[in-house]
Ligand binder design. Structure first.
Ligand SMILES: NC(=O)c1ccc[n+]([C@@H]2O[C@H](COP(=O)([O-])OP(=O)(O)OC[C@H]3O[C@@H](n4cnc5c(N)ncnc54)[C@H](OP(=O)(O)O)[C@@H]3O)[C@@H](O)[C@H]2O)c1
Length: 346
């Protein structure tokens, strides 16, 4: 085995199922012996833990598309780290990798679960964001599910977030008119002034969201990239055009609902019928065979300056629970990461 791996590691387990917004006490930080990589594994020192909205679903106890986290289990999550010891061909100390490492400082990971990163391409943290799962989500849910055409009006909710910011920029590259919906003046200014969206609606500031959307998207909505569900999406649905395409990527407005709490709203099926519109659910995993295609294209767009990205960082593994709460109420501004260890590339 290359390099040594003595010492202790830290990890978060779920302590209790949250009721509503997760609290720090719902998680327990433990100290454990440093893991030893077995044959085919590498010991990874975590640098950036990715914090994502799906984590709220995993700890809810409600059956979904993936196995949940039970009290006492390691908290799940993607992370970027550095190989510090390896028993796996193809990985050596000093390599940077990304994979489903979980909320911990160190992990012995099967090499097959790790993606080796090229730090010359972009900062390694982007493997959690624009060059990672959120970027893949934006690319495939927009291009494959929504099939945007030049001149279409594309509306995206949670527009300044990890997924939304990439959606809007890819739609702009494709010649669409892009309207972002985001919470707060700074987020709206960011998507229009920095990312080149055509308009933005601050849903937290307007009294009449429908009127504000109508002003921002006067020709109606051809594509709705739905990251949030709830009242925002109910409003967008009233303004869809003939043959509109709607992708249900996320429903974050209801992630903190209590078990059994119904997410009620108007019945929209007739609008779909009248407009011969299509609404489709999306799960990024369904496209995992095609990630290399999306990674290469997004990396090119970044290099050409056509895609920009914004990241948000919280320092210290111990603050991961608060970082999750931040994402679930919009205190993040861009892709949320927890800095767990030193990044030698910065
Ligand atoms: N289906 C898939 O495969 C897949 C993959 C990745 C992500 N997703 C989904 O995509 C969505 C965005 O994820 P992300 O990683 O890009 O997160 P993000 O946008 O970086 O962060 C979440 C944002 O959601 C907004 N939000 C929070 N609570 C809200 C509420 N009650 N109503 C309206 N907006 C609210 C906030 O933005 P504002 O301040 O602007 O409100 C917050 O910043 C999530 O729903 C996530 O579950 C789905």
């Amino acid at each position: 085995m290359s390099s040594s791996s003595a010492g202790e590691a830290r990890r978060f387990v779920l302590a209790a199922r949250p009721q509503g917004m997760p609290k720090p006490g719902d998680f327990r930080l433990e100290t454990v012996p440093m893991p030893e990589p077995r044959h085919g594994e590498a010991l990874v020192r975590v640098i950036y833990l990715s914090i994502d909205p799906y984590m709220r679903g995993r700890i809810s106890g409600i059956a979904s598309y993936a196995k949940g986290v039970d009290p006492g289990d390691l908290m799940v999550g993607g992370a970027v780290g550095e190989v510090v010891a390896s028993n796996a061909p193809g990985l050596k100390p000093g390599d940077f990798v990304e994979g489903p490492i979980g909320w911990r400082s160190h992990a012995a990971m099967p090499a097959g679960l790790l993606r080796k990163l090229d730090p010359s391409l972009a900062p390694i943290s982007t493997a959690n964001g624009v060059l990672g799962m959120p970027g893949m989500t934006a690319y495939f849910a927009l291009l494959d599910v929504c099939e945007p055409r030049p001149g279409d009006t594309v509306v995206v909710s949670a527009a300044s977030g990890a997924v939304g910011q990439v959606v809007g920029q890819i739609a702009r590259i494709g010649g669409c008119r892009v309207v972002g919906i985001a919470g707060g003046a700074k987020k709206c200014a960011y998507v229009t002034e920095e990312l080149g969206f055509d308009a933005a609606v601050d849903y937290k500031a307007v009294n009449d969201l429908g009127a504000a959307l109508k002003a921002a998207a006067p020709r109606g909505v051809d594509v709705y990239f739905d990251n949030v569900g709830g009242e925002i999406s109910d409003t967008v649905m009233t303004q869809i055009n003939l043959r509109a395409r709607i992708v249900v990527c996320g429903t974050i407005s209801s992630y903190n609902n209590l078990p059994g709490q119904a997410d009620v709203g108007p019945r929209q099926l007739r609008r779909l019928l009248v407009n011969r519109a299509r609404i489709q659910g999306f799960l990024v995993w369904d496209f995992n065979q095609r990630y290399p295609e999306a990674l290469a294209r997004i990396a090119d767009w970044i290099k050409e300056g056509r895609i920009k990205y914004r990241e948000d960082f919280v320092d210290g593994l111990e603050n991961a629970p608060d970082a999750l709460a931040a994402v679930l109420c919009g205190r993040n501004f861009g892709k949320m990461n927890v800095r767990v260890g030193h990044d030698p590339t910065r």
